[in-house]
Design a protein around this ligand. Structure first.
Ligand SMILES: Cc1cc2nc3c(=O)[nH]c(=O)nc-3n(C[C@H](O)[C@H](O)[C@H](O)COP(=O)(O)OP(=O)(O)OC[C@H]3O[C@@H](n4cnc5c(N)ncnc54)[C@H](O)[C@@H]3O)c2cc1C
Length: 414
C-alpha cells in the first residue's frame, strides 16, 4: 500500500520524489508482493518478471540524462526506488540496484559513441547491465584480479572468471574489469574496464544457485574464455579500470546497498511492531510490556538513523557536494544497524521467528546480503579511517561535481 514519506525527509524530497515514492509503493504492492512467495518457493529460479516490469518503466535509467531517454531524476530518486522496493522484497531491490551500478560506470566513463549506443537501450529497459569486478580468489582485493585482457591487433582477448555478479543471469552487457599489465604494475595502472556483450563467443554464465537468502536475485559466476571484444569496447582509458570500478562503487554502489538495507530494516521494524501489538500476554499484549517497548524503541531509533544517513548522503551527491565519506558511512552503518535490528527482531518473535514465521526468516536472511557487496565493512572502515586521519584520498563526488559543471547545461536535475 502507498505510504507517505516521513516528515524527517521533507527537507530532501521534492514533489517529484513524493510522486515517485507513491508510484514505487503502488508498484511493489501490485507486482512485487504477489511474487515474493513464488520466489521463496522456487529458490533455484531467477526472478525475471519483476526486473522486466521495472525495466519497462525505465527505472534502470533513473540517473540517465534525458538526452539519452533516461529519467534524469538523480540519486535521491534512485534511493527512493530501491528503498521502497526493498520494504517489500530485498531480492527485487537488489536486482534494481545491481544494474544501476554499471549504468553509472557507463555514464561516468563512456565515450560519446558508447553512451549513444548503450544508454538509450538501458534507459528504455531493453538492455540490462552488470558490473563484473569480483573474482573467486581476489574477492574484495581488486589488485588481485587475475582475469586478463590481451591485445591482439584490433581486438582485446579476455580470459578469466568473475564471481557474485549481480544480475549475472539477466544482463545483456557486462562491465568487466580485467588486468592489462603485468602483476608488478600497480593496480591503479594495471586494470582496464571493458564492455562485454553477453552473446560474445566464449562467454558463459553459470546456472543460478540459491544461497542463504535474496531468493530470486541472481549473483552468479561469469566465465570468459578468450572472449574477443573490439578496441571500441574499452570503457574509460586503458589502465584506468580501478578508477572505473571504484567510482561506480562509491557513487552508486554504496548508496544502493544502503537503500536495500534500509528497505529491509523498515520491514523488520514494522513487522516486529505488529507482532508485539498482536500477541496476547497477561491482560494485554506484548507491546504493553515496558521492557519490550524499550527494545522496539531501540529498533526504531536505529531505523531512523539509517534513513537519515542514507538520504543525506544521496542528497549531498545530487547537490554536487563532496560526500564520499557520507556515501561510504551510509552503506557501512546502514547495514550494521539493520543487522542489529534483525537479530533483535528475531529474538522478539521467540520460537515463532525461528520455526514458522516465514517473513521474519526471510528478512533475517536477506539482511545478511547487504554486508559483502560494494565493499565489506572492513573496507568501508579503511576509507573512513583515512577521513578521520585527514589523509588525502580521491573524492569521487567532487570529481563528479566537476564533471557535471564541465558538461553544463546539465540535463540531470538535482
Ligand atoms: C548480493 C551480492 C551482490 C554482489 N554484486 C556484485 C556485483 O554486481 N559485482 C561484483 O563485482 N561483485 C559483487 N559482489 C561481490 C562483493 O563485492 C564481494 O563479495 C566483496 O567484495 C567481498 O569479496 P569476498 O566475498 O570474496 O570476500 P573476501 O574478500 O574474501 O573477504 C572475506 C572477509 O575478509 C575480510 N577482508 C578481506 N581482505 C581484508 C583486508 N585487506 N583488510 C581487512 N579485512 C579484509 C572481508 O572484509 C571479509 O569479511 C556481490 C556480493 C553479494 C553478496
Amino acid at each position: 500500500m502507498p505510504t507517505t514519506p516521513p516528515p524527517a525527509l521533507e527537507p530532501i524530497l521534492t514533489p517529484a520524489h513524493h510522486r515517485l515514492w507513491h508510484e514505487v509503493d503502488a508498484f511493489a504492492a501490485e507486482y512485487v508482493a504477489p511474487r515474493v512467495q513464488l520466489m521463496e518457493d522456487d529458490r533455484h529460479k531467477v526472478e525475471r518478471r519483476i526486473p522486466q516490469l521495472m525495466a519497462e518503466r525505465g527505472w534502470f535509467g533513473v540517473t540517465i540524462p534525458a538526452q539519452y531517454g533516461g529519467m534524469a531524476a538523480g540519486h535521491v530518486a534512485k534511493t527512493v526506488m530501491v528503498h521502497r522496493t526493498g520494504v517489500v522484497s530485498g531480492a527485487a531491490a537488489a536486482s534494481l540496484q545491481a544494474s544501476q551500478i554499471p549504468v553509472g560506470a557507463l555514464q561516468l566513463w563512456g565515450n560519446p559513441e558508447q553512451k549513444n549506443l548503450w544508454l538509450p537501450q538501458a534507459a528504455a529497459g531493453e538492455r540490462l547491465l552488470s558490473i563484473a569486478v569480483t573474482e573467486p580468489e581476489a574477492g574484495g582485493h581488486i589488485g588481485g584480479i587475475e582475469t586478463t585482457a590481451q591485445h591482439d591487433g584490433e581486438w582485446w582477448v579476455i580470459t578469466g572468471e568473475k564471481a557474485h555478479i549481480g544480475n549475472s543471469n539477466l544482463a545483456h552487457l557486462h562491465v568487466v574489469i580485467a588486468r592489462t599489465a603485468p602483476p608488478d604494475v600497480h593496480p591503479s595502472r594495471a586494470l582496464t574496464a571493458f564492455l562485454v556483450e553477453h552473446d560474445r563467443k566464449g562467454i558463459s554464465v553459470d546456472k543460478h544457485k540459491a544461497g542463504l537468502g535474496l531468493n530470486g536475485f541472481t549473483a552468479g559466476r561469469l566465465r570468459m574464455d578468450h572472449v574477443r571484444v573490439p578496441m571500441g569496447n574499452v570503457l574509460g582509458e586503458v589502465g584506468k579500470g580501478m578508477d572505473v570500478a571504484q567510482s561506480a562503487s562509491i557513487l552508486y554502489g554504496r548508496a544502493n546497498l544502503a537503500a536495500v538495507s534500509l528497505g529491509i530494516h523498515e520491514a523488520l521494524v514494522s513487522k516486529t511492531a505488529q507482532w508485539l501489538a498482536a500477541r496476547p500476554r497477561y491482560e494485554g499484549r506484548l507491546s504493553d510490556l515496558d521492557v519490550l517497548r524499550d527494545r522496539l524503541g531501540a529498533m526504531q531509533a536505529r531505523f531512523q538513523t539509517a534513513q537519515s544517513i542514507t538520504y543525506e548522503a544521496v542528497h549531498l551527491l545530487d547537490t554536487g557536494k563532496s560526500c564520499d565519506p557520507q556515501l561510504i558511512g551510509a552503506k557501512h552503518t546502514g547495514h550494521q544497524l539493520a543487522a542489529d535490528t534483525a537479530r533483535e527482531a528475531l529474538e522478539l518473535h521467540g520460537a515463532h521467528g525461528v520455526t514458522s514465521d516465514q517473513l521474519m526468516q526471510r528478512l533475517f536472511r536477506d539482511i545478511q546480503y547487504t554486508y559483502p557487496p560494494a565493499g565489506t565493512a572492513e573496507f568501508q572502515r579503511i576509507h573512513l579511517a583515512r577521513t578521520a586521519l585527514g589523509e588525502p584520498a580521491i573524492s569521487w563526488s567532487e570529481w563528479l561535481a566537476a564533471e557535471r559543471a564541465w558538461a553544463r547545461p546539465d540535463p540531470t536535475p538535482a
